[in-house]
Design a binder for this molecule. Sequence first.
Ligand code: XMP
Length: 237
Amino acid sequence: MSRLLDLIRSGRGRVIVAVDDPLITLSRFKELVMKTKDVVSGFKLGLPYILSYGLDSIRSVITDFRDTYYIADLKLADIDVVMSLTTKVVCRVGFNGVIAHGFVGLKGGLDGLKSVCDELGVDLYIVTSMSHLGSTEIYDLVIDKVLSVVEGLRPTGVIAPATRPEVIRRVRSYLGRTYLILSPGVGAQGASPGSAICAGADLEIVGRAITSSQDFVKASEEVIKSQLKYLEVSRCY
Ligand code: XMP
């Protein structure tokens, strides 16, 4: 079972903080983790951040604060050998999970990556659709095929967009309760905190609405408070 589920069950807010912008200095990132790790369920680091600061710097933060959860958002989309090598390199610094695209397919692609994740004890999350409008041009047209890939793969969870709750509902009804659904698009991209959870997600991924605040704790607590309010008003329990 994923450590992430344990963190949610321990009462942390159903938020993963996305850290992408290199303008967030390493010391601010460290401050973010230190101050919010008991408030939110984890942190997702994007490629611009990982590439800007490098794995050694990121390792130093992860090592200092092990009692939370870190996802490397590499959005892997390659042949199995290359995705596996990338994952081995990146996860050496202590990431708990990686994200790969579902359209890659199983054979010679995600199957091999999943084996390596299992060996390393790293959780795998599969993108099923995306939060931007262009997702409706291709991803959403083949979503059932992507979901059948997910069923064949049995990852820890999937990514589905908060900006289109009907897609989250589709993903949840197809996959049932077996997989975690992580949902980006809350805050800066327009979706209200709580709306993705109401549609069936387990966690909402929130970046700029928290990371651009001077007060990380206050911003995180406000998102969590808004989530609870949304769930109450919409009667989503
Ligand atoms: P903001 O600042 O917009 O950050 O709250 C959102 C974060 O989520 C990521 N993102 C996605 N990741 N599928 C994904 O796997 C998506 O559809 C998607 N949309 C946004 C984005 O990279 C950022 O880290």
